[in-house]
Design a protein around this ligand. Structure first.
Ligand SMILES: [Zn+2]
Length: 251
């Protein structure tokens, strides 16, 4: 790939489903690579995981120490729902998955869940830098509830770069699951440890080496969001659909 081609683009990495029972041996490898590359990712932490699919290893007794150390290092911590349990089939604003912990629920119920999650963070001395919805599913009621609780940054959505919604919330788009070079724009790639097969790890290392120098942190891009959503952002949604379509064709 011609490096000139990617000169304008900036990238963020996000890791979801961080919880005490995650695959620590795998994560330690990934964390080592991120430190080595000098990348400051967004780590989406579940305050009180109750999702049985995420019980991969015995619970780490030092989980919150680790979270605090990530935040102290300048890595961003996302509030990844409350318990990561899906209560309905509502796809929310983004319509990516038909399951949600929040979308479709009333305001007071959503506030209550978010408050409980934030209480865990507070008790553990962790600050929520952004909202990261489980299964990308949340609605405008969630956005209002978050905003009332002081969370005005959302890591999600299809756009070319960060933008502000009409209520003044900052959206940092999250477009792809895997790293890839792009010609311009701000792109968040979202990883789940369960997808790290040995082959995927090889590709991850290769792409991290290639795109690492263009990686930024959530704090770095926060100042870029002083603009409304544009027609170019809607094109990204279309491009994303085309890429998923191509992938389906390849299978
Ligand atoms: Zn998740």
């Amino acid at each position: 790939m011609d490096t000139q081609f990617i000169q304008g683009a900036r990238y963020l990495l996000r890791f979801d489903d961080m919880c005490p029972t995650m695959d620590w041996s795998l994560w330690d490898q990934v964390e080592g690579l991120l430190v080595e590359a000098g990348v400051k990712p967004i780590l989406a932490v579940i305050p009180d995981n109750q999702d049985p699919r995420l019980l991969v290893a015995p619970p780490s007794p030092v989980f919150w120490d680790r979270v605090r150390s990530w935040q102290a290092r300048g890595w961003s911590i996302g509030l990844h729902g409350y318990q990561h349990t899906y209560v309905n089939k509502d796809p929310g604003i983004l319509r990516l998955n038909r399951k949600s912990e929040f979308a479709g629920l009333g305001y007071s119920e959503q506030v209550e869940k978010l408050q409980k999650g934030l209480e865990v963070f507070e008790r553990e001395g962790v600050h929520a830098d952004a909202w990261v919805a489980p299964a990308h599913s949340f609605d405008w009621v969630t956005v209002s509830a978050l905003s009332a609780l002081g969370i005005r940054t959302i890591s999600d959505g299809m756009a070319l770069s960060p933008y502000q919604d009409r209520q003044g919330n900052l959206w940092i788009p999250q477009q792809f699951a895997n790293m890839r070079p792009m010609p311009f724009g701000v792109w968040t790639f979202c990883y789940h440890l369960e997808d790290f097969t040995p082959k995927a790890m090889v590709t991850f290392r290769k792409r991290l080496k290639q795109l690492g120098p263009r990686m930024v942190s959530l704090q770095d891009v926060a100042g870029m969001g002083n603009r409304p959503q544009s027609a170019g952002d809607r094109l990204v949604g279309l491009l994303r659909q085309a890429v998923s379509g191509l992938r389906r064709l390849k299978r």
